[in-house]
Ligand binder design. Structure first.
Ligand code: TXA
Ligand code: MG
Length: 314
């Protein structure tokens, strides 16, 4: 994967080009007030798979969806009083809300990593807002750094880490806040999922109640990282060379199967299909056998997800 990475200026031509690339399923890094994000069309499975590929993430962490207007967010998630309070107090701004996802949003299953919730935010950075407006749809964006490296706050940082792996960087200068957004979960009681650019105290003051927190000193774990969270209803058997009686087979490569992640053996295509295919096979109610997936590139993230699905359950 080696492509020319264009450096786009924040002017009408730059926004138009960046939006066109996003529409074509390409990746564009762009500034937000917190850090640079690595953006892709959140409704395009292949674009979202490319985000994980470009970052070299060994697992599918759920991603934050960026939109330009608060009203648009309500199309994607179940809105609540607490959401309204926090959105009107802090959006646009460095706050991400995790809310129950609504059915039929068209958001890729790879964005939520199969979770029933969606992380959303309305960024304040004017360049981010112009890009989102020009694109006109939801943009999934993790921080624009290779996995395990620090988050970028200038276009030069992004280029240093991802040049050759993404279509373009939209240059909007240095980020004001410099640390990631504060993430507040609102699927149950309000909980601080990640401290960030907006002080937790400000959130608590607006809500008029304390935020629950993850245990002191514990690493912040997304629910997606918990083994049990990913399990489909059916039993999952890995490294299956063929389907046993009663099973459905999730194939990879040239095999006779019920659904194929990628008949041509393309790992990006396989990642793009993973969650939708697992859900579809789970609906048959039959045990799911899965073809061997090579442990390289996106195959590592696919296998991580599948191992969680196959892990013994209590
Ligand atoms: O400031 C930011 O938030 C930047 C800019 C680009 O917006 N983005 C960012 O994304 O930091 P990322 O992917 O590096 O971190 C997103 C975090 C992850 O820790 C992920 O686990 C969590 O958000 N997350 C996403 N969806 C979630 C969900 N449905 N439930 C819980 N956590 C979620
Ligand atoms: Mg990050």
């Amino acid at each position: 994967m080696n492509q020319e990475t264009a450096l786009l200026t924040a002017d009408p031509n730059g926004y138009a080009r960046a939006a066109e690339l996003l529409r074509g399923g390409e990746l564009v890094a762009f500034p937000t007030e917190t850090v640079y994000g690595l953006g892709g069309d959140a409704t395009n499975d292949m674009a979202v798979a490319r985000i994980f590929e470009a970052k070299g993430r060994p697992r599918f962490n759920p991603l934050i969806v960026h939109v330009d207007r608060i009203e648009t967010v309500r199309d994607y998630v179940e809105w609540s009083h607490a959401a309204e309070v926090l959105a009107s107090a802090f959006w646009p701004g460095p706050l991400t809300l995790v809310l129950p996802i609504r059915p039929g949003t068209g958001i890729s299953g790879l964005v939520t990593a199969g979770l029933p919730s969606l992380a959303v935010r309305v960024p304040a950075n004017p360049v981010a807002r112009e890009l989102l407006k020009a694109f006109g749809g939801p943009v999934a964006a993790p921080s624009a750094n290779p996995s395990g490296r620090i988050s970028p706050t200038t276009a030069a940082h992004v280029e240093a880490g991802l040049a050759g792996r993404i279509a373009a960087v939209l240059d909007g200068g240095a980020c004001d806040v410099g640390v990631e957004s504060t993430i507040v979960g609102l699927t149950d009681g309000p909980i601080l999922l990640r401290p960030g650019g907006l002080p937790a105290e400000a959130v608590e003051q607006a809500l008029g109640e304390a935020l629950a927190r993850q245990g002191e000193g514990e690493p912040v774990t997304a629910p997606g990282q918990l083994a049990s969270h990913y399990a489909p209803g059916a039993m999952v058997r890995l490294e299956a060379e063929r389907r046993e009686p009663g099973e459905v087979l999730l194939g990879f490569g040239r095999v006779d199967c019920d659904l194929n992640l990628s008949a041509s053996g393309d790992l990006t295509e396989a990642a793009a299909n993973l969650f939708a295919h697992l859900h579809a096979l789970d609906e048959t109610g039959k045990p799911i056998a899965v073809s061997p997936i090579p442990e390289r590139g996106l195959g590592r993230a696919i296998n991580d997800r599948l191992r969680r699905a196959a892990a013994p359950r209590d």
